[in-house]
Ligand binder design. Sequence first.
Ligand SMILES: C[S@@+](CC[C@H](N)C(=O)[O-])C[C@H]1O[C@@H](n2cnc3c(N)ncnc32)[C@H](O)[C@@H]1O
Length: 538
Amino acid sequence: MTANGDVEVKQSRIPGAGKGLFARKTFSPGDIVVAVDRPLVAELEIDRMLDTCAWCFQRAATNPTERSMAVSMGLPNGSTDIKNCTGCQRVGYCSKSCQSKAWKREHKHECKIISVKDRPDLPPGVRGAIKILGRLKADPKTEITHVHDILNLWPAGDPNGLNEIGAQDKKRLDDLHLLGQAAWHYCGKQNIDGLDPQSISIRLLSNIMTNTFILSSPLDDINLGIGFDPLICSANHSCDPNASMAFNQPRHEIRALRTIKAGEEILIKYVEVTNPFNVRQAELKESYFFNCQCTKCAKGASLPADGFLERPNDLENEYHKLADKLVDQYESRLSKFVIPGNDAKAQRRVAAMHAKACAVLESGQATLDEVKEAIKMCIGSKMWRWTRQPVPLLCRRLLTLYLESGSIYQAFRLGVKLHFEILPALYSQEFYPDRLVNAWAVSTFINVLCGPANQELYQELAQGGLDLRLIYFGFLFYVHDHTPQMFGFDTPVGKVINSTYRQIMAGVSIPEADIRQRIETIWPSLEAVAHNVTISSL
Ligand SMILES: C[S@@+](CC[C@H](N)C(=O)[O-])C[C@H]1O[C@@H](n2cnc3c(N)ncnc32)[C@H](O)[C@@H]1O
């Protein structure tokens, strides 16, 4: 495996986790631990194949409203155009340079296969496997190493791995067999020395499909596609990770979130780790087929993230009735949310409320009112605090919906609540990606609020002691200060942040140090804004 010298792959200390990635030197917070120029497999979701560059994953905003919004915010989505490959017309690129890199490395192996007229668009994992097999055929000597690196991972690298998947989800295993055979068939059924031809395709595909990470841009809250790389994927999961992944279109990095000492295992998150114990366990099992054995999970459901504000059997009458109906409605999904307790019925009621809120989150179609209602149900029932999931995830969704509906002031207030109250309670690290992305979003809302269209509101807030211009600088500096540790300025997100910072500072005559001093004096008034966001003011 093409490991860089700073890390090595060896037996993990997590019980039953197989191999893991270990530090060979000490890393400071923000240091790049591992980086690949592009994951070995990076494939667009089917829905993104025609509006996102298949090489660098830059998405073009095609909806006119979204496009003009992106232009006004200086985001790359507003200035990107995707031109289809003239051969297959199934994928496109944002530039000649991306097209040429993609062709040389991989697209030449799939172009004809995916261009067949009546063939439906193939799922990303299958397209990835086709390219790997195509590359192997063209250059067996070099590419066989990649194939072995892939096959060594779990589950194909573990004699029981595929059986375990079959035992948990037979349909998933059947699908992998079917899709693997399809990839092998499309590639001319090539054989690989020393490997059983019947199993190569399933093993390749299952290792790619069960170890993928989602590729998305920090500036664009959309799943763009899937990534898989044997080196990055050697890192095991922890619900208390010491490192995080960043996709810098198309460079992929793992960065230290805190000090990692030489010899320590590098642990990233595969799923949302701020969820309660049972939800984390269920999500890891559903998507990655394992029972998490990390140090946080070893404590079971005993942490603040698992607890409620009140005892579930003290649920007020109004919510009691609502929850009883929800228990019937979400019966089949309850086990994921139930926390074992003295009063099983009461636990099932709050679990049903959690299931309802998650159904809202999972539905891509939920309206602004539905999301608000879900937050009101959780907070209004007095069971949830604002920092217990799924409330933070619902708040993030609501913020996006406020933005889409043009309710910028509401988005600003909720963003401030997330910044001051919610996110620091979930992630103690100063520059955690979610905190940085939220702060960047808040800065863009304030910029709009400072504009000519919002003069009245601006004046009103200024009279109440909220100097939005100064607050804007506060968020801009926060984001600019932490970007090097989280993304770097040479990345798409880093470039947007840096050019905004430079542009703004070029028009300012007051020394930056003075602005920073003044920010400190007004910052406490923002904490009051955060505090004043209640369910009745959503
Ligand atoms: C992306 S691979 C990581 C490399 C893998 N350990 C190997 O030996 O190939 C993911 C697999 O590692 C194991 N794993 C990762 N994190 C784990 C954890 N916290 N607890 C238990 N098993 C884990 C699971 O088998 C999971 O399906």
